[in-house]
Write a protein that binds this ligand. Structure first.
Ligand SMILES: [Zn+2]
Length: 321
């Protein structure tokens, strides 16, 4: 073997402790270097590997912890959502009750009135809007955590709240209008001629409203009021609140009182012996305005009671009830 070739190799000698031949073999000089390099590469590689594994497992642990807290929060939110959904449902029910009452009152005050102004206030309500607000049982929170279900519940609850938010001010306005209508209606009821102008039991209708042969002139004319036969000096009461627009002698009516009640109503109390009010005086229903007699074109003591609606005499009989 040449010297150059021997330089590239190393000799390994194995000497046994017992008797035997020494084993000698040669290997290329590069082999130990390669072995050491391989060991180093393995060590570095496994260090990196361990580092990455450690990092990954740490991340996984923190992700699990985060998920746990999200899960807990989710549970809390579900419970809150459930409460909100219930609250929206209760609010909706209460709101519908208010609307129902509102409607009922409106119907009540529109009953038996020809008043344009009052009836005009009907019509514009928001019940159709309100009907859109519906909370159904299908949006109830179930134990299953179906995401779509939760999203639906959230959306519907939010939607219901926002609808209620819009409807409440509208309803408030409606109620405000209703209040003024009720006040006005109360005034109307207080003013409208109602009941008998005489409270005594000692009375009877002697002549009705309509065409008749006049007891004095003998002509067939329209009798524009109701004659109630009653003895002299009986108290005559205003049948509604209003203002005295006439109190004094009034031709054939004799001593008469005319009250303007507003809302197109006027009442006339005629043939009195004595008057108890003056022009311009404000009277309430039940106030004594005169005492009966036989003044003017009259054949005996009685009260001529007349009701005018927008200037036209009407039959007082239905108003006595
Ligand atoms: Zn008469």
């Amino acid at each position: 073997m040449s010297y150059d070739k021997q330089k590239k190799r190393i000799t390994i000698k194995v000497v046994p402790h017992s008797d035997g031949d020494m084993i000698t073999f040669q290997i290329p000089r590069i082999i130990p270097k390669l072995l050491i390099s391989l060991i180093l590469i393995c060590l570095i590689g496994s260090s990196f590997g361990f580092f990455f594994y450690y990092q990954q497992s740490n991340e996984a642990l923190s992700t699990i912890a985060h998920l746990e807290s999200v899960k807990k929060q989710n549970k809390r939110l579900k419970s809150r959502l459930h409460t909100l959904s219930q609250e929206a449902k209760i609010l909706n029910t209460k709101f519908k009750e208010i609307q129902k009452t509102n409607k009922e009152i409106k119907q009540l005050i529109n009953f038996d009135t020809s008043k344009q102004k009052i009836s005009k206030k009907e019509g514009k309500n928001t019940y159709s809007d309100a009907q859109q607000v519906s909370l159904n049982n299908r949006y109830e929170l179930s134990s299953s955590s179906d995401n779509n279900h939760i999203i639906n519940l959230v959306n519907n609850t939010a939607n219901n709240f926002s609808k209620l938010e819009t409807l409440f001010p509208k309803e408030k306005l409606e109620l405000k209008e209703l209040k003024s209508s009720v006040i006005e209606y109360n005034d109307y009821l207080a003013s409208k001629p109602t009941g008998w102008p005489l409270k005594t039991e000692e009375k009877r209708i002697t002549s009705y409203f309509g065409y008749r042969t006049h007891p004095v002139t003998g002509e067939r004319t329209i009798h524009e009021g109701l004659d109630i036969g009653v003895w002299y000096g009986t108290k005559v009461y205003a049948t509604g609140a209003g203002k005295v627009i006439y109190a004094g002698w009034k031709g054939g009516y004799g001593r008469a009182v005319v009250i303007d009640h507003g809302y197109g109503f006027r009442t006339i109390y005629a043939h009195n012996q004595r008057l108890n009010v003056e022009i311009g005086e404000r009277v309430e229903r039940g106030d004594v305005v005169a005492y009966t007699g036989n003044s003017g074109r009259s054949t005996g003591p009685h009260l001529h009671y007349e009701i005018l609606v927008n200037g036209k005499p009407v039959d007082p009989l239905p108003y006595l009830k």
